[in-house]
Ligand binder design. Structure first.
Ligand SMILES: NC(=O)c1ccc[n+]([C@@H]2O[C@H](COP(=O)([O-])OP(=O)(O)OC[C@H]3O[C@@H](n4cnc5c(N)ncnc54)[C@H](OP(=O)(O)O)[C@@H]3O)[C@@H](O)[C@H]2O)c1
Length: 262
C-alpha cells in the first residue's frame, strides 16, 4: 500500500511567498491546503497550478486572525486528511504602517502587532495538540529581517520581533513531542506587499547589497521555506534563519566606517 500524502497547511497562500511555497510543496509531493482571506480566484489559481503539475491541493477560506475560523479550518483538515505534517504561518495579515514612531497612532501600532501575532497564535494552538499526539510535525513561521531594524517601521519591526520570540516559545513547548519549529526571516521580497514601497532607489540600493544582484522574489523565498519545512532539513529547532541574499554583510562592507578598519 502506498504511503498517504503528507499534508501542508499554509496560511495566506493565495498570493506572494505563501503561493510560491504552496507550489513548491505541491511539487515535493505534499497535499497543500491553500488558505486565503478574500481572494478566492488567486487561491484557486494556485490549486490549479499544483494540480496541473501533477500534485494535490485545495483552497480554504479563513481569516487566521479569527480564532473560530481557524478552529473550523483545522477541524476540516483533520476530518478530511487526519494529519497535518507541516504548518506554515505566513499570512501577511496587516500591511505595515509607515508613519514615523512619534506620529504613529496606537491603533495602527497595536493593529499591526496584534494582527501579526493572532494568525500565528490561533494556528499554533489548534495544530500543535494533534501534532503532539502523533509525535511529529514541522512548523515554520515567516518573519522579516525588519525585526532587527531600529528607527523605521516601528510597528512592523516590533511585530516581527514578537513573532520571533513567540516561535521560540512554541519550539520549546513542542520539541519534546518530536515537533520542530523554526522561523525564516526574509529581507525585502518582491510581492504585492512590497509593490508600493520598492521604488527605483530602494531597488538599486537592495540590488547592490544582494549576492544575487537582484531583489529576492517569491520563488527564492519559497525554496527556502520548503527546505526548512521538509524533514531533510534535519534537527534545527527554535532557530531564526535569516535569508537576505547577503544584505547584512554587504551593507556593512559598503558602509563608510568599514573604510577605517580594512
Ligand atoms: N514581501 C516581503 O518583502 C516580506 C519580507 C519579509 C517577510 N515577509 C512576510 O512574508 C509573509 C507573506 O508576505 P507576502 O509579501 O507574500 O504577502 P502578500 O503578497 O501581501 O500576500 C498575503 C497573503 O496573505 C493572505 N492573508 C492576509 N490576511 C490574511 C488573514 N487574516 N487570513 C488569511 N490569509 C490572509 C492574503 O490573502 P488574500 O489573497 O485573500 O488577500 C494573501 O494570500 C508575511 O508574513 C510577511 O510579513 C514578507
Amino acid at each position: 500500500m502506498s504511503e498517504p500524502r503528507r499534508v501542508a497547511l499554509i496560511s495566506g497562500a493565495g498570493r506572494g511567498i505563501g503561493a510560491a511555497t504552496a507550489r513548491e510543496l505541491g511539487r515535493r509531493g505534499y497535499h497543500v491546503v491553500v488558505n486565503y482571506r478574500e481572494n478566492s480566484v488567486a487561491a484557486q489559481g494556485v490549486v490549479s497550478d499544483i494540480e496541473e503539475a501533477g500534485g494535490s491541493a485545495e483552497a480554504r477560506q479563513a481569516d487566521v486572525c479569527d480564532g473560530e475560523q481557524v478552529r473550523d479550518l483545522v477541524r476540516h483538515v483533520y476530518a478530511a486528511h487526519d494529519r497535518i505534517d507541516v504548518l506554515i504561518c505566513n499570512a501577511n495579515t496587516v500591511n505595515p504602517p509607515f508613519e514615523p514612531l512619534l506620529s504613529l497612532s496606537w491603533d495602527a501600532f497595536i493593529g499591526k502587532v496584534s494582527g501579526e501575532l493572532a494568525g500565528a497564535f490561533f494556528l499554533t494552538q489548534n495544530v500543535v495538540p494533534a501534532m503532539q499526539k502523533r509525535g511529529a510535525g514541522r512548523i515554520v513561521y515567516i518573519s522579516s529581517t525588519a525585526a532587527d531594524w531600529v528607527g523605521s517601521v516601528a510597528a512592523h519591526s516590533t511585530a516581527k520581533a514578537a513573532l520571533n520570540t513567540f516561535s521560540r516559545h512554541v519550539a520549546a513547548t513542542a520539541a519534546q513531542h518530536g515537533i520542530t519549529v523554526n522561523t525564516v526571516a526574509f529581507a525585502t521580497v518582491q510581492t504585492d506587499a512590497t509593490a508600493g514601497v520598492l521604488n527605483d532607489e530602494l531597488r538599486k540600493y537592495t540590488e547592490e547589497r544582494s549576492v544575487l544582484g537582484r531583489v529576492l522574489d517569491a520563488n527564492d523565498a519559497a525554496r527556502t521555506v520548503a527546505a526548512v519545512a521538509d524533514e531533510s532539513f534535519g534537527a534545527a529547532v527554535g532557530q531564526i534563519i535569516r535569508v537576505d541574499s547577503g544584505y547584512d554583510v554587504l551593507d556593512q562592507q559598503l558602509h563608510a566606517t568599514t573604510k577605517f578598519f580594512q
